[in-house]
Design a binder for this molecule. Structure first.
Ligand SMILES: [Zn+2]
Length: 165
């Protein structure tokens, strides 16, 4: 049992690392809730460098009539223009398994690690991303799963549009 009370959460990491990981995922969940309150899809993301959040965002496809503003893209855009070295020591947090577009962006910038809230309601190209050397940590957080299950049940057409179905 990890210090967070969730079995298997620690992944062999120190208590400090696990607590920090939970705090960053909590920030991503706050973003997801913000998106939901705006009438959007409840997916949130933060980009972390050296233990600090440098960008946060949530899915704003509906809010901005955007083709590309998934949560991860929004967080990366809000982090602004960074150097290759910055990306190469960053960690991307997302409440949901990143899709082809967001995974591709993480690969482009050589982000070495992605922490994923859940991959039960949707699973992006995780095996491929791993095969490119990216470390994936999948938390399967009950709150992330609940947010998506409730949204998909309520607005299936919006969700399908988001993932190109
Ligand atoms: Zn995406």
């Amino acid at each position: 049992m990890s210090p967070t009370g969730r079995p298997g959460r620690g992944d062999g990491r120190s208590i400090g690392e696990v607590i920090a990981m939970d705090a960053f995922m909590s920030a991503a969940i706050d973003e997801a809730r913000k998106g939901l309150s705006e009438g959007g899809i409840p997916i949130g993301s933060v980009l972390v460098i050296d233990g600090k959040i440098v960008g946060r965002g949530h899915n704003r496809r509906v809010q901005k009539q955007s083709a590309i503003l998934h949560a991860e893209m929004d967080a990366l855009e809000n982090a602004g223009r960074l150097t290759a070295k910055d990306y190469q020591r960053s960690v991307l947090y997302s409440t949901l398994s990143p899709c082809d577009m967001c995974s591709g962006t993480a690969l482009l910038y050589k982000i070495p690690r992605i922490v994923i809230g859940e991959n039960q309601t949707f699973r992006g190209p995780e095996d491929y991303v791993r095969s490119r050397g990216v470390e994936l940590t999948i938390l399967n957080d009950p709150e992330c799963i609940r947010l998506m299950r409730e949204f998909i049940a309520a607005r299936p057409e919006l969700w399908n549009e988001d993932i190109g179905v």
